[in-house]
Design a binder for this molecule. Structure first.
Ligand SMILES: *[C@@H]1O[C@H](CO)[C@@H](O)[C@H](O)[C@H]1NC(C)=O
Ligand SMILES: *[C@@H]1O[C@H](CO)[C@@H](O)[C@H](O)[C@H]1NC(C)=O
Ligand SMILES: *[C@@H]1O[C@H](CO)[C@@H](O)[C@H](O)[C@H]1NC(C)=O
Ligand SMILES: *[C@@H]1O[C@H](CO)[C@@H](O)[C@H](O)[C@H]1NC(C)=O
Ligand SMILES: *[C@@H]1O[C@H](CO)[C@@H](O)[C@H](O)[C@H]1NC(C)=O
Ligand SMILES: *[C@@H]1O[C@H](CO)[C@@H](O)[C@H](O)[C@H]1NC(C)=O
Ligand SMILES: *[C@@H]1O[C@H](CO)[C@@H](O)[C@H](O)[C@H]1NC(C)=O
Ligand SMILES: [Cu+2]
Length: 661
């Protein structure tokens, strides 16, 4: 048979088994409108042949669906949708889609297990989701490619899994799903913070190609927008900046604009403006680079350092430079050499030892360099040429493509975990708590519990509103474009217990070129991986992880009183932020919006806040929280304000802007 599974890693790891359509016995295909076209009935989607076609009738709009009855319940985990090989030239393929599962013939009340938009490129399409027991499968086309009002489809396979356990019903380990399908591999990702109801669209991008390297227009980027509320994915090619934003540095400025530096078009800088929803070129960097670390400073400027594969690879070609968004100018900091911040355990010193630097903006416009090099540093960006100062050793080896998260900015506390001494090497399970003391002075380092239970590199880390850090994906041996040693069990660093806990596993590998991000509704998005031309390891999707605090813990508190439209509140340093809620809350936090790529999100940080109830108005739930005074703690820009109740359930975030200067 023709099952050329390009998800070989998944098949290998999960021993999937494919049931051919006809082996289900009675197939049941339903069309929403007209009778089926003679010879092109929907039963052709499950006849085991890609060359027979199901063609829907043109009905002016596209909402065609097919339902398959498996006769018995199976643990279903994936769908392959193959285009017709019969040479049908009219009609589109399935673009926008939803996939629903059911135990009952006409009950489609459960949310979709996967939805999104597939690319218009004539290849097989996959939807992979967490296994779920169902007898009926429904594929809905919500849009057809080529703007057609009807679709043609060659074959639809349903994949089941007998090895992946069904998600525990109690949800105490969290829950995965749905899967969001993108028309490209989401290698870089950010939340557009300026959005109706403040809940935010998600913008993702790959390279000039959707799923490979260098097979498109040289200086352009494939992007997609996921409308989380409308549950739709759309695609856009960004050409006007002439910037292929693949393997870049990313940071969010004072106005929530995402500044994307370098990468494939090595000196270019682009800004995504969330107010006008457009992309604009900015001034080029002094030094061309890709894979650099980037971070927004206390005064709103942005610092970058390191980054390999720039065309002018040489020892001193990757030093620090600083961008001033107010003047659109770059300035080189001659005394911040990338040589000082390299890992010393990389086999290709000149090439990639200064990649993906963990940078934490701090007081007085200083930056703390937390890794991945074993030696940590302080960077004084106000010294005329910048100044680097050793801050001690974190561990013995470097931790390339590990993670660092400032989970408590007021206390200067950073969690680090995982990584490998070098690409291609065995990953580490090391985890540490770094505590910053006075700016420029020695820091303390202590092990974070017993370390990760699963050593991993290319992992993603997201700080949650309650200060716990969720770590997902990664692999045991750091081999780009090879999912063989992928880790599927996420871990949670509990602030209260000072221990790691294994959480619900997922079924899609998230390794090299994967990303993780906290969403404003307090769930976590983990996606991407791959972007290899051979397509065996490409993951054109993301999954939502719902932490246990949102499962069976009762209603969520609601922040009621922050301004709407645009739902952004300006906050002032050292001042109180006043708001009301619909119920009692006992804890609060601010988490800065960030942008993630290559397992790195330096702008992500959390500030713990203490809600003080206004006792003068006992009949309403009115609170105030004090925003820290120091802009090195409360970095200017957009933040998510969360409140939590006694059961630990967080609200949906209100968006606040900390705008200064
Ligand atoms: C589905 O998975 C559950 C739990 O892993 C298992 O007990 C059950 O036998 C599976 N059902 C089928 C039809 O494979
Ligand atoms: C941010 O937006 C404000 C108001 O539109 C503008 O005055 C300011 O220059 C912007 N700052 C940056 C860094 O773009
Ligand atoms: C800083 O740079 C200047 C000139 O580039 C150099 O003379 C000086 O020695 C450097 N200082 C340090 C501490 O590296
Ligand atoms: C950082 O650099 C500035 C400018 O040279 C200097 O005034 C300041 O003392 C430096 N900070 C420290 C703590 O060395
Ligand atoms: C900083 O270190 C000093 C001793 O070196 C200690 O007394 C102080 O408590 C520390 N401050 C913080 C915030 O940890
Ligand atoms: C992928 O990794 C595995 C385990 O490390 C190795 O055996 C295999 O050869 C690798 N495959 C490729 C294509 O490099
Ligand atoms: C996939 O392609 C990449 C890049 O061309 C290559 O390095 C890798 O070994 C390939 N992986 C597999 C599993 O074939
Ligand atoms: Cu890359």
């Amino acid at each position: 048979m023709m099952y050329s599974v390009h998800w070989s890693a998944l098949a290998l790891l999960r021993s999937l088994q494919c049931f051919l359509g006809l082996s289900f016995g009675r197939e049941q295909c339903l069309l929403d409108v007209q009778p089926q076209i003679n010879g092109q009935e929907c039963k052709n989607t499950i006849d085991g042949s890609d060359t027979t076609t199901w063609q829907t009738q043109h009905n002016g709009h596209c909402n065609h669906y097919v339902v398959i009855d498996l006769r018995h319940a199976h643990n279903i985990t994936a769908l392959r949708v193959a285009p017709s090989l019969a040479g049908v030239t009219h009609g589109g393929s399935v673009g926008g889609h939803r996939i629903l599962l059911s135990q009952e013939e006409n009950d489609w009340s459960s949310p979709a297990v996967a939805y999104g938009t597939w690319a218009d490129d004539g290849t097989d399409k996959w939807a992979i989701f967490e296994p779920q027991s169902a007898r009926y499968v429904r594929l809905e086309a919500t849009s057809a490619t080529k703007n057609q009002g009807f679709i043609t489809l060659g074959e639809l396979d349903i994949w089941v899994s007998e090895s992946v356990p069904i998600v525990p019903a109690d949800g105490s380990l969290g829950r995965w799903g749905p899967t969001i399908n993108f028309p490209l591999v989401p290698v870089s990702i950010f939340v557009d913070p300026v959005e109706k109801e403040s809940r935010g669209n998600i913008i993702v991008f790959s390279s000039n190609s959707r799923d490979g390297i260098e097979d498109g227009e040289a200086e352009a980027t494939r992007t997609a927008i996921w409308d989380r509320i409308g549950k739709r994915v759309s695609e856009e090619q960004v050409k006007n900046t002439h910037h292929q934003m693949f393997c870049p540095g990313t940071a969010l400025d004072v106005n929530g604009s995402v500044i994307i530096t370098g990468g494939a078009s090595a000196a270019k800088t682009t800004v995504y403006d969330p107010v006008n929803k457009d992309w604009k070129p900015l001034h080029v960097m002094k030094l061309p680079r890709g894979y650099q670390g980037a971070v927004t400073l206390a005064d709103g400027r942005m610092f970058v350092i390191g980054g390999s594969w720039s065309p002018s690879d040489s020892k001193d070609s990757r030093g620090g430079e600083i961008y001033d968004p107010f003047t659109n100018e770059w300035k080189k900091l001659e005394n911040c050499s990338a040589e000082d911040i390299r890992t010393k355990t990389d086999g290709y010193l000149d090439y990639r030892a200064d990649n993906h630097v963990w940078l934490m903006a701090w007081k007085d416009n200083w930056i703390f360099h937390a890794g991945p090099a074993a030696d940590m540093h302080w960077i004084n960006t106000t010294a005329p040429n910048g100044a680097l100062k050793n801050a001690g050793k974190r561990e013995e080896d470097g931790a390339m493509c590990g993670i660092a998260v400032m989970y408590d900015a007021a206390e200067g506390e950073i969690l680090t975990a995982g990584g490998a001494p070098d690409y291609g090497k065995k990953a580490s399970g090391n985890a540490f708590i770094i505590k910053l003391n006075k700016t420029g002075e020695a820091v303390t380092v202590a092990p974070a519990g017993k370390g990760l239970r699963w050593p991993r590199t290319f992992l993603n880390a997201v700080v949650l509103p309650n200060g716990d850090t969720f770590v997902a994906g990664g692999m045991l041996i750091g081999q780009p474009y090879n999912d063989t040693t992928a880790v599927f069990t996420p871990e949670l660093w509990s602030l209260k217990d000072k221990a790691w806990k294994e959480m619900a596993p997922n079924s899609i590998p998230r390794t090299y070129h994967s990303v993780g991000l906290l969403l404003p509704d307090a769930t976590v998005l983990v996606g991407g991986g791959g972007l290899a031309n051979n397509r065996t390891v490409n993951h054109l999707d993301a999954q939502i992880y719902t932490p246990p605090y949102l499962i069976d813990k009762g209603p969520r508190p609601v922040i009621k009183s922050l301004p709407t439209s645009p739902k952004v509140m300006l906050v002032m340093l050292g001042q109180h932020l006043v708001f009301s809620t619909d119920s009692e809350v006992v804890d609060a936090s601010l988490i800065r919006y960030g942008a993630a790529t290559h397992n790195l999100n330096n702008d992500q940080r959390r500030i713990r806040l203490t809600p003080e109830r206004d006792l003068k108005s006992p009949r309403v739930f009115k609170y105030r929280v004090k925003v820290p005074e120091n802009p090195g703690v409360a970095i200017p820009g957009y933040w998510m304000l969360f409140v939590m109740n006694k059961a630990g359930v967080p609200s949906v975030a209100a968006t606040v802007q900390d705008r200064r200067r």
